[in-house]
Ligand binder design. Structure first.
Ligand SMILES: [Zn+2]
Length: 102
């Protein structure tokens, strides 16, 4: 557990892991700005995540669990990726708005 971090969602020191993901965006001046976004894995807030279950149950990682833990980590990391908007749903919603249905 990352004891020195407090979860911003539940305000408890239940953070198990932190993923720091570099990203860039273009500001209003059209300059590239670099930053780092953090995603926290919290034992309370993310209790349904299999990675949380593993980390709560096991005090340390055993070598024979390495492949299983790697899959859990990759699943968690994949779930933290920013989602791209569903272009089809977005287009359908815009068309509905133009038709006055929203
Ligand atoms: Zn939390």
């Amino acid at each position: 557990m990352t004891r020195d971090l407090t979860c911003p969602r539940c305000r408890t020191p239940s953070v198990l892991a932190v993923l720091r993901r570099p990203h860039t965006w273009t500001n209003a001046s059209r300059n590239q700005v670099r930053g780092v976004g953090e995603v926290l894995l919290c034992a309370r807030c993310d209790a349904g995540d299999p990675l949380v279950t593993y980390l709560v149950v096991h005090e340390s990682v055993q070598p024979e669990d390495a492949a299983h833990l790697a899959r859990l980590l990759l699943h968690w990391i994949d779930g933290t990726r920013p989602r791209k908007p569903d272009e089809t749903a977005l287009k359908a919603e815009a068309e509905a708005w133009y038709r006055g249905e929203l």
